[in-house]
Design a protein around this ligand. Structure first.
Ligand code: DWN
Ligand code: ZN
Length: 417
């Protein structure tokens, strides 16, 4: 039975660019109609919503963005992803807190506000350094965890009116952070208006977003899903910040999540010189339509190469399981049509995912112990962005990992030894 496409009331079609308001948008990638990436099923027969998963290129400001915006309350009110689900992210947030605390906080009275604070991992690191913190996250399940840990978190979406309320009740923020949330927001002008209103003079707004340069270079099409509305290069971010009299103090490329940029901006009356990234991006073609047309062809090649690799292993009668059930894996599995005919099961460390089924492909999710007991001959590393951490963690694994991105490669046995 053809999967039901959800009604228009659940998903708004994009007609204008969210950064520059242009109508000159071109379709560059179509990944079909897929379920929401973090909507794990209690039972494989549970009804599922599917939405178009397509990327558009803005011919005016070069922002790459989704063609359909799913209602945020369907995606973010009860959220399966926890920032603390990997040692890599826990270490990352500790380092970020130390860096921002050392370079931008002047006293323990300074307020640090995090938009999209998840389970409070980053807030906890700041609090450990003696800062005053406040989290904002609409996921009630995660806000509860953070509040129980003594990290005050407002369980709502951040917007300009909330920003004014926070400033009235708690004063201005010295640091505002938006990690892995800036790409998730539709009305970026409202968010930036709130940031500009809440930010103290001399304060900074630090965001981390998946980097379009890495997505393009490493064919990371699995990082395209309905939570990620925008796919940022630096240029559209600089364009947006400038609309709110903010300039970019620094842009840093990071390895985490398959390639991320950390952009730190501040309010500035005088003009801050353009980021050197802009020229680099022009050289890499991140401001040109044909770059993303070409990406579409490379995605199709990558998908068929992965299917061929897995089908060949299955034809030899060998078992394959999935390692990790990240949101991104649901784009990869659904776009490639990989289900229980290929993967016996998937394992994950996240309590909210264990015992459930993957959206759209209905593969059972078990705890990691099952993988260690079974020692399957092959494991498709769906959480490929943690390759180092996983190889080290699974150095007793006797089978072989298959790394799907950027192109399928099969690791030798016991690579961790
Ligand atoms: O932007 C987002 C990124 C930052 O995090 C959110 N939209 C949602 C989420 O995306 P994701 O689910 O693709 O993130 P991760 O961190 O790549 O997910 C890794 C998954 O793998 C988690 O469910 C935990 C799991 N895992 C595991 O089972 N064993 C991870 C490691 C390292 C492991 O050893
Ligand atoms: Zn635009």
């Amino acid at each position: 039975m053809a999967p039901k496409t959800s009604s228009d009331a659940d998903a708004r079609r994009v007609r204008r660019c969210r950064v520059c308001n242009s109508k000159d948008l071109t379709l560059v990638l179509d990944l079909g109609e897929t379920p929401l990436a973090n909507s794990y099923l209690e039972r494989p027969t549970d009804p599922e919503r599917r939405f178009p998963l397509r990327l558009l290129f803005c011919n005016d400001c070069s922002l790459v963005q989704l063609s359909h915006i799913v209602r945020p309350d369907l995606m973010f009110r009860d959220y399966a992803y926890r920032s603390s689900s990997s040692a890599t992210v826990r270490e990352h947030v500790r380092e970020l807190a130390e860096y921002l605390h050392a370079n931008f906080l002047t006293s323990s009275k300074d307020l640090v506000v995090e938009i999209g604070s998840n389970d409070g991992s980053l807030l906890g690191a700041f609090k450990g350094l003696g800062s005053r913190v406040l989290g904002v996250d609409p996921a009630k399940n995660l806000a509860r965890i953070a509040n129980e840990r003594g990290l005050e978190t407002i369980p709502e979406f951040f917007d300009a009116s909330m920003a004014h309320q926070i400033r009235q009740t708690r004063g201005p923020a010295r640091i505002i952070i938006g990690n892995n949330v800036f790409a998730h927001v539709d009305d970026l002008h409202d968010l930036m208006g709130g940031v500009a209103a809440l930010l103290d003079e001399g304060g900074v707004f630090s965001i981390e977003v998946p980097y379009l340069g890495d997505l393009n270079q490493n064919v990371e099409y699995d990082t395209v899903y309905h939570e990620h509305l925008s796919y940022f290069a630096v240029h559209p971010i600089e364009t947006l910040f400038a609309q709110f009299q903010m300039g970019l103090l620094s842009v840093t490329r990071l390895e985490i999540h398959g390639g991320t940029i950390r952009v730190i901006g501040t309010k500035s009356k005088k003009r801050i010189p353009r980021s050197p990234f802009i020229d680099l991006e022009r050289k890499c073609g991140l401001d040109r339509l044909e770059t993303f047309r070409d990406l579409g062809y490379r995605v199709e090649y990558q998908k068929s190469y992965l299917k061929y690799t897995l089908d060949k292993i299955k034809s030899e009668g060998r078992a394959i399981v999935g390692y990790g059930a990240p949101a991104k894996s649901n784009t990869l599995l659904n776009a490639c049509g990989i289900g229980t005919e290929t993967l016996d099961y998937v394992i994950d460390t996240t309590p909210e995912k264990i015992g459930k089924y993957t959206p759209g492909t209905h593969i059972p999710i078990y705890e990691t112990e099952r993988f260690r007991r079974d020692q399957p001959p092959y494991a498709l590393m769906l959480a490929w962005n943690y390759e180092k951490e996983i190889i080290l963690k699974e150095r007793d694994y006797t089978g072989q990992f298959i790394i799907p991105i950027p192109y399928p490669r099969i690791l030798s046995k016991n690579p961790g030894q």
